[in-house]
Design a protein around this ligand. Structure first.
Ligand SMILES: Cc1cc2nc3c(=O)[nH]c(=O)nc-3n(C[C@H](O)[C@H](O)[C@H](O)COP(=O)(O)OP(=O)(O)OC[C@H]3O[C@@H](n4cnc5c(N)ncnc54)[C@H](O)[C@@H]3O)c2cc1C
Length: 411
């Protein structure tokens, strides 16, 4: 789609420099100009959530992503929609997103598993935490060790004492769910421009924003920048004001162990991480014990959990390290720590076939960030590890104008 503007000559000359041709000699053939109601930058779960909501509202939508397909945090994770473990506003967002995943399952043919969370407890202080949450929440169903083993497909280490089913939770295959969401949106009329980088925005006059990309110019009424942890590459002041840093996580994929694990399986360290568990009175005793017995797990800021991919491989993780720029090097000691603990839960040894680093945006001030750095330009990032859990609902509320900005916008 090409739409030309009255002042196209100005833009062509402005772009001539980038295109390495002399001003005045750049031609329309060398500069692509597109027009839409809504431009979304970033084809991760947050960006696609915005695209889907804008499309449902009857807008014409273009999505650009710097890569040829989604390769960010949204495909590097566990695919766990951890609705049961959230509390407060995150719980509301998670329950909304849960409905959106289920709707995508029926509309887009995504494989979304229900009743897909479980906790495998190896100590009675973990059971105490679960009992406290179960007393307040129907979606936590306490189970004995035999039932935990059944959830683990017959596997399970000697230390298991019981656990819980987390029935609000969902599970998707992270390697395929977001790419399939993109395909589905593409089939419904969203235009995708892959390998196209967002470079910045110019004021395009009343009601329009002109966006510079590595493949030309797009003008839109609204622009949603959903680039996850790379927010600071484009809006450094806003990212700094909000305290956004990068959180790096170590992950592994194992060979098929030969048994089928239906739910995403959480362990003791998860109970210190997700608010619904961590906010219980019983969590303090669990933390005290782990501090004494497993300082290594706490030092690596682990959330030891696993999910199974459709081919049987287990996604195993994870650890957390935060900084403005994260080291790209995986620490084998941390990988061993994670793997050994998962092997203890399952009571079997595992063979690792892939290791990778995942990175997401993080900040101390809140679980997500929304703001408007310029008229018609909006940013949205999930700033803790729950983008699969809340991203679709957060995006829908953002497009509907229902979210209060969490960072100041320039006046
Ligand atoms: C290891 C790991 C495990 C996790 N597990 C879970 C889990 O089980 N459940 C859960 O709820 N959450 C989980 N999370 C968190 C979740 O994955 C993230 O919160 C979520 O994926 C963030 O989505 P996003 O769309 O903001 O980012 P991304 O998926 O990273 O997408 C951002 C996109 O922006 C694009 N982009 C960046 N810069 C530009 C540019 N200049 N121009 C064009 N495009 C650009 C990138 O190419 C990328 O495709 C996990 C995260 C990690 C890393």
């Amino acid at each position: 789609m090409f739409t030309l503007f009255n002042d196209e000559k100005t833009y062509i000359d402005k772009w001539a420099h980038r295109l390495r041709v002399s001003p005045g000699r750049a031609t329309l053939r060398s500069v692509r100009i597109q027009e839409c109601d809504v431009l979304v930058v970033g084809a991760g779960v947050v960006g696609l959530g915005h695209a889907s909501a804008a499309l449902d509202a009857g807008r014409s939508v273009i999505v650009i992503d710097r890569d040829e397909r989604p390769v960010g945090a949204s495909i590097r994770n566990f695919g766990h929609v951890c609705a049961t473990g959230q509390s407060g506003e995150l719980r509301e967002l998670a329950l909304g997103a849960r409905e959106r995943w289920l709707s995508a399952a029926s509309r887009a043919g995504l494989d979304v598993r229900r009743d897909a969370g479980a906790v495998a407890a190896r100590s009675h202080d973990e059971i105490d935490v679960l009992e406290e949450v179960a007393a307040a929440r129907d979606s936590v169903e306490l189970i004995d060790a035999a039932a935990v083993r059944a959830e683990l497909g017959g596997a399970g280490g000697a230390a298991l004492v019981g656990g819980a089913r987390l029935t609000d939770d969902l599970r998707v295959d992270p390697r395929t769910a977001v790419p399939r969401l993109a395909d589905w949106l593409g089939a419904r009329g969203v235009e995708f421009s892959w390998r196209t980088s967002f470079l910045g925005v110019d004021d395009a006059g009343p009601g329009r924003v002109r966006v510079r990309t590595s493949r030309g110019i797009v003008t839109a009424a609204e622009v949603y920048v959903c680039v996850g942890h790379d927010l600071d590459r484009h809006f450094p002041d806003l990212a700094d004001e909000a305290g956004v840093v990068r959180c790096s996580l170590q992950m592994m994929l194992t060979d098929d162990p030969g048994f089928r694990v239906a739910p995403a399986v959480l362990t003791a360290t998860s109970l210190l991480r997700y608010a619904a568990f961590a906010e219980t009175g019983a969590a303090a005793a669990l933390r005290t014990r782990l501090t004494g017995e497993r300082p290594d797990l706490l030092a690596a800021d682990t959330n030891i959990m696993l999910t199974q991919r459709p081919d049987g491989g287990l996604l195993v993780g994870d650890s957390h390290t935060s900084d403005k720029t994260v080291d790209p090097f995986l620490d084998e000691g941390v990988s061993r720590l994670i793997l050994t603990d998962v092997e203890d839960v399952l009571g079997t040894s595992l063979t690792v076939r892939q290791r990778w680093q995942g990175v997401y945006a993080s900040r101390p001030g809140g679980p997500y960030l929304v703001g408007s750095p310029a008229p018609g330009v909006h940013v949205c990032a999930v700033t803790t590890g729950v983008g699969m859990t809340i991203g679709l609902e957060l995006a829908a509320r953002h497009v509907a104008g229902e979210l209060v900005a969490t960072v100041d916008s320039p006046t």
